[in-house]
Structures are given as C-alpha cells and as structure tokens.
Design a protein around this ligand. Structure first.
Ligand SMILES: Cc1ncc(COP(=O)(O)O)c(C=O)c1O
Length: 470
C-alpha cells in the first residue's frame, strides 16, 4: 500500500524539517508576544467547530497542521503575555519548554530511580531545592505534581494517613472562607464527608480568624469528632492574604493538628527581599503546596508538594508488586512512584532544574521583588483615586478593588468596567466576589509583566471608571 503520511520514525531530513517548523512557530509567538492582544475570542466558536473532526486515516503535512494551530493559539486569553493580570498568572519561562522537549524526546523513565538513576537524582535535587527554599529541614521530601490541586490532594491523604489511620470519617479539616476550592475538592476526593469540612471566618484583611480555629477544634472534640488538619493560606487567590502562620501553628500544636500551607501562589515570594519575614512560619508547617507554574513562572502543569517528615509521604503512598521487583526501591533510592499517586509520567524535574541552572535563582528573586513593587504601586494609584474602593493593601502581588458607588450601581457597573478595560486588549483582568460583593482584581505575577503594563491597567481603569461614574 502506498502511503504519503510521514512514517512514525521520520528520516533525518524530515525530522529536522518538522522540528524547524515547530520551533519557528514557537519563536514567532515569543517575538510577537508584546504586540499581541491580551485576549481574543472573536469568531472562536467557528474555529472551534472546525476542530471537531474524525481521526484521519492518512496524515497531513506539518506545515498544514501548524497553519491550523497558529490561529487556534491566538483565540484565547493570552496567558503567556505581559498583559495577563487575571486569576493567578503563570508565564512560561522558555527554558522549561526546552526541558520538556528534551525530556519527551529522550523519553527516559523517572518513575522509579533504578531506570534512570541520574535523571531521578536531578528531580530529587530540584525538589530538595524547593524544600530548602521554603526553609524545611533535612528529612523533608516532596513530589512534583501537575499543579496545586493534586498537591493538595496528596497533602490531605498524607495528613489523613498519619493522623487518622483507616477510620477517618470523624476527622475535621479547618480552613478559611478564602481558601481555594481545590482544598474542599481534594478532601472530598480523599473520602471525607461534607461534615468533615469546617470553613472558618476571616478578619478584616481576609486572614484566618485563629480564635475561631481554636473554638471550632474544641467544639469538635467535645462532640466526639477528630480534629486533625488545618490548611493555612500563604497567599489567597482573591486578595493574596497570608494567614497568621505563627498563631495557627501554636493552636495546631495544642490540638495536635497537621498544618498544611497552601502556598501555591504565595510560596515563592519567600525568595524576594523580606520574603522570609513576610511568610514567617511556613518553614514550620507539616506540608506545603507550592506551584512552580505560578511563582516560578514555569508553563502550566507543574506543582509541588513538600512534606516536612518525608517518611510520612512514603507511608501514605508506597505500594509494591512483583513485576517491579527489578527496580524495587530501597531506602535511599526511593523513586517518585513511592511518594506520589503516579507511576509513569513525564520527567518534570528537568522543567525545574534547567531554568534554575540556566538563569540562576537571582533572576527569579529579582522578578518576584518587581512583582511585589508593581502591586504596591498599583494599589497606591487606585487608593488615591476617588472612583475606587481598594479592599486591602497588597500582602503579596494582588490588589482587589471595586468602584466606589452605591451597592446596586457597583454590581451593575463593575462588570461593565471590567468589560471596557479588557476590550482595550492591553491587559486582561478577572473578577470575583468577596464577602458577597463583586470585586475586580489585578494579580501581577508574570515574568513578562513590567511597569508599562501595570501603568496601562491603572490608566485604563481610571479613565473607564470616570466615564462610568460621570
Ligand atoms: C491559592 C491557590 N491554591 C491552589 C490553587 C490550585 O492550583 P492549580 O490550579 O495548580 O491546581 C490555586 C490556583 O490558582 C491557588 O490560587
């Protein structure tokens, strides 16, 4: 049978042509990033429909496929661009893409240490760097996950295993009304009934009310429940609030609670000047969720869970079987399959190792310091403007605010302000509800976001707010 499709193992010329074509598209994306709109969804449904297609029996030339992908990439929120100030931006440090390319091309197996001992070591080293950066002691261990949600899941499973054993339905988990929903989702996936979930109030700056934590744990124990876990926020998604970790730790010790820090967004700010004081207590926590695809600016798909007593992670996750006897782990050569829910997976360690080795930690520290400064500058701009009510001083790099208008008007005008500012296509902002009321927010986190974009955001907001309130 004659076939025109490229074989699964293309010849050297074709291989090179494919690679060049893909790299050209990637580099063109990067070259034009600064000029691209902050989002573009015009005509997206039509384009989307064109991708509802049957699997082809014969292949297509790579050029034709890339020509289809180019507009598909463009029809989106531009999450790689400098104007992305919505949700929690990531970024996409290019060295991580190169690491992924190399990892997928060489396709070595890092789930068990014996199959690629040096590469597994690279991943272990990368994780040990993260532990060190968070101030965790020797004996801590961690895993690289697909993101903060999966890290939270493994954290809750580990705490459950250590504190409650197999009968855990009476366990109680404490967290604030600002905690990311991945925590309750993870708790449910870990088998906890709704009755185990104790949401607690926050103070004027959206930080966990520690008196409420103490009272809830006492009350639960008196009712025969088993308090075992408190999740403390190190940077909430709404406003970047940091729970009072030293107080949380003290109360937790009194009640024998495992303290898990959700530092998915905020954790890497520990690298900025003053960061250790700002995040004081994180180094004392039992486990930490940290998202390199947020504060380390890596592409989406990289979270981490760090556990103070690394053996606890192993106890909660390890299994064995005869068909892996050749690569069975001994203490000292435990692989990530022994510490995590996964077995076969991508070589994530290289995604952390290559950017840090290539750029050095200093480059990341500078970026993080800049993001904190930009958020402070933006906050000051809006605070001085009578059109805005700013909800809190930035504790990290998020500023949440609303129009200063009677409540009914603010609910109507807020989304209109967001629509108008985003329609300028220079920045992209997302909204939320805080204590039941509509709020806009700016999160400065991309390594590509600098002063010019944050100025654009402030200016657009001021101009559109003035027009709306006139
Ligand atoms: C504070 C916080 N925790 C957890 C998560 C969940 O992380 P992921 O989206 O990587 O699963 C997020 C996501 O934005 C977050 O902001």
């Amino acid at each position: 049978m004659s076939r025109t499709s490229p074989p699964l193992e293309p010849g050297p010329d074709q291989l090179e042509a494919h690679t060049r074509a893909v790299v050209e598209l990637a580099l063109e994306e990067l070259r034009t990033l600064d000029r691209q709109p902050s989002f573009d969804l015009e005509g997206v449904e039509e384009l989307r429909a064109s991708f509802r297609e049957p699997v082809p029996e014969e292949g297509h030339p790579i050029e034709a496929l890339l020509a289809r992908l180019r507009p598909a990439i463009a029809k989106s929120y531009n999450t790689a661009g400098p104007g992305y100030l919505a949700y929690i931006p990531g970024g996409g440090v290019y060295a991580a893409a190169l690491a992924d390319f190399l990892a997928a091309t060489t396709n070595r197996y890092v789930g068990v240490t014996g199959a690629a001992p040096v590469l597994a070591q690279i991943e272990q080293t990368a994780v040990s760097w993260l532990c060190k950066l968070m101030g965790l002691p020797a004996g801590s261990r961690g895993i690289l996950t697909s993101g903060g949600s999966l890290s939270s899941f493994s954290a809750i499973v580990t705490a459950r295993h250590e504190c409650l054993g197999e009968e855990f339905a009476a366990g109680s988990i404490y967290f604030s009304d600002q905690t990311h929903y991945c925590v309750t989702k993870s708790a449910r996936l870990a088998g906890f009934p709704r009755a185990s979930l104790r949401q607690l109030p926050t103070d004027a700056r959206f930080r966990l009310d520690t008196r409420a934590l103490d009272a809830a744990a006492r009350e639960d124990r008196a009712r025969g429940r088993r308090p075992f876990l408190v999740v403390a926020n190190v940077g909430t998604t709404n406003t970047g609030a940091i729970d009072p970790l030293p107080e949380v730790l003290e109360i937790a010790r009194e009640h024998g609670l495992w303290v898990h820090a959700d530092a998915a967004y905020g954790g890497f700010f520990r690298l900025a000047p003053g960061g250790e004081a700002l995040l004081r207590g994180v180094e004392e926590c039992d486990s930490i969720t940290l998202d390199p695809h947020k504060g380390l600016f890596l592409p989406y798909g990289l979270g981490a869970l760090l556990v103070r007593d690394g053996a606890a992670l192993v106890r909660a996750h390890s299994e064995s079987a005869s068909y892996v006897q050749d690569v069975a782990a001994e203490e000292g050569s435990l692989g990530f399959a022994d510490l995590s829910p996964e077995l076969s997976r991508d070589f994530r360690g290289l995604r952390v190792w290559l950017p840090l080795m290539l750029h050095g930690l200093g480059a990341f520290r500078e970026q993080l310091a800049e993001k904190l400064a930009l958020a402070r500058w933006f906050h000051e701009e809006l605070r001085k403007d009578p059109s805005f009510e700013v909800l809190d001083e930035p504790q990290l790099s998020i500023v949440a605010f609303r129009l200063r208008a009677p409540e009914a008007d603010a609910e109507r005008l807020g989304p209109e302000l967001q629509r108008r500012v985003n329609a300028r296509r220079r920045v992209f902002l997302s909204s939320t509800r805080i204590r039941g009321r509509y709020a806009l927010r700016v999160c400065v986190l991309s390594f590509r976001t600098h002063e010019d974009r944050v100025r654009d955001a402030a200016q657009a907001l001021k101009e559109e707010a003035r027009a709306l309130l006139a």
